[in-house]
Design a binder for this molecule. Structure first.
Ligand SMILES: [Zn+2]
Length: 443
């Protein structure tokens, strides 16, 4: 390995391997009286669980990135920022809206100051473009950056966009199934798991979809993200649905926050309308749907508005589809779920207007855009739907400038905290959005 390949990293090697010149050795595991602690992922394990033969120990928590044990050591070289900056750094020629520009300036100045910050941008706000100026300035300063996400599909979507926007910058894409091995690059796009392999590497670390599984409430990934940043480094969290721990950090002034409460087209988020239907599951046993749901579907179909009908579980799909067949025999629709082999074909079919509606589980909660649709959720109070998922689901409506209003209706057996919080989060951003609309005209 070349010396640059150790910059800012924890490279796992056998403890008997001779140390190359210029490389620092770091320990792998702290062995205590009852427990061991892993220096790569920070997790504590009882010695009885972590024991290997001959009095050695390993960490079971981060084993999918290669086994850290007392039989190994880490090679590390402090990050040297050995980059050549080629102008122009930013090769993106799009234009930000006045509101996007405002948020972009705030984010960039906090990145310059290496602060910890949150960009709370509503679904469909165009948040990726808003971080381009901040990234461009940091790269021009010679900083090393990473854009990480808990979801590999987000990384795969971000990488080509960042490649195009920073065409003169050396970039790396790292995830569990990546084809190209690790190489030293000024801008790294990776899953949050891959951050475990870095140590004080990045001057600024950006984490996209920070609320998404499995980063939220995962102490291992949280530790990884803290350790991957230089001690003097900055962090930027991007989300449309910040969880309780981020909001708490904002309230305690540990995290600076910038808001983007309007969508790229300058309109507010559609509000959620809740309808109580305590007996919908019993009705479904008799192949019936709540009358309010049927009316809403009729109105949408009559007005030519297509929609997604979200339901809690895969097992709910068949019964609801059967009921829809009898209520709407003349209309084209289908069901889709995560392990449906026809999933991609059906989603494409919806894009191509082959269907008037799709009945779906929460797999379509984010990352999918169908213009001009409404959103209906039956059983929104089911515990499979987190607050973040409900806000994301509601955010499928009204995404296009051609029909920015969209309708969002939830049918629930009873009010619950998750539904209330989703309604409240959207109302909160809309209050902020109305203030901005006074200052910036909608397109
Ligand atoms: Zn570990």
């Amino acid at each position: 390995m070349a010396i640059v390949d150790y910059y800012g990293r924890l490279v796992l090697v056998n403890r008997h391997q001779p140390r190359p010149a210029g490389v620092t050795v770091l320990p792998t595991i702290d062995v205590g009286v009852k427990n061991i602690q892993c220096y790569r992922c920070g997790q504590v394990t009882p010695k009885t669980v972590a024991a290997l033969p001959n009095g050695e120990f390993y960490c079971p928590h981060c084993i999918n990135l290669g086994r850290v044990s007392t039989l190994c050591k880490f090679y590390h070289v402090p990050e040297a920022n050995q980059f050549t900056v080629t102008e122009p750094v930013l090769t993106w020629h799009g234009k930000l809206s006045p509101l996007q520009s405002q948020a972009a300036v705030t984010v960039a100045s906090r990145m310059t100051a290496h602060r910890k910050q949150l960009l709370w941008a509503v679904t469909g706000a165009g948040k990726t473009e808003m971080i381009f100026p901040g990234i461009a300035q940091a790269l021009a300063r010679g900083e090393r950056l990473a854009v990480a996400s808990p979801r590999v599909d987000v990384c795969l979507e971000l990488y080509p966009r960042l490649r195009a926007a920073f065409a003169n910058t050396e970039m790396a894409l790292l995830h569990g199934r990546a084809e190209r091995p690790y190489h030293y690059a000024q801008l790294t796009v990776c899953t949050t798991h891959q951050l475990l392999r870095f140590y004080h590497a990045f001057d600024n670390l950006i984490i996209d979809e920070v609320d998404a599984f499995p980063y939220a409430a995962n102490p291992l990934l949280f530790f990884a993200s803290q350790q991957a940043v230089k001690e003097s480094g900055g962090q930027l969290f991007l989300t449309a649905t910040p969880g309780a721990h981020l909001l708490k950090a904002v309230r305690r002034h540990q995290l600076a926050v910038a808001y983007l409460p309007l969508r790229y087209h300058g309109h507010l988020l559609p509000s959620i309308h809740c309808h109580l239907v305590p007996r919908w599951r019993q009705q479904l046993l008799h192949h019936q749907l709540p009358s309010g749901l049927i009316r809403t579907m009729q109105v949408a179909l009559r007005s030519g508005h297509r929609f997604l009908l979200f339901v809690p579980h895969v097992r709910d799909l068949a019964g609801i589809a059967q009921a829809c067949c009898s209520y709407f025999p003349a209309h084209l629709f289908t069901t889709v779920h995560a392990s449906d082999p026809q999933r991609l074909v059906k989603v494409q079919g919806m894009r191509d207007h082959q269907y008037q509606f799709l009945i779906t589980t929460s797999i379509l909660e984010r990352g999918v855009t169908f213009p001009e649709i409404d959103v209906l959720v039956l059983g929104a109070d089911d515990q499979v739907f987190s607050t973040a998922a409900l806000v994301q689901i509601a955010g499928r409506a009204g995404r296009s400038a051609s029909r920015p209003e969209g309708h969002v209706d939830f049918w629930i057996s009873s009010y619950c905290r998750r539904v209330n919080q989703a309604v409240h989060q959207i109302a909160y951003m809309n209050t902020k959005g109305r203030r901005c609309q006074g200052a910036v005209p909608a397109v």
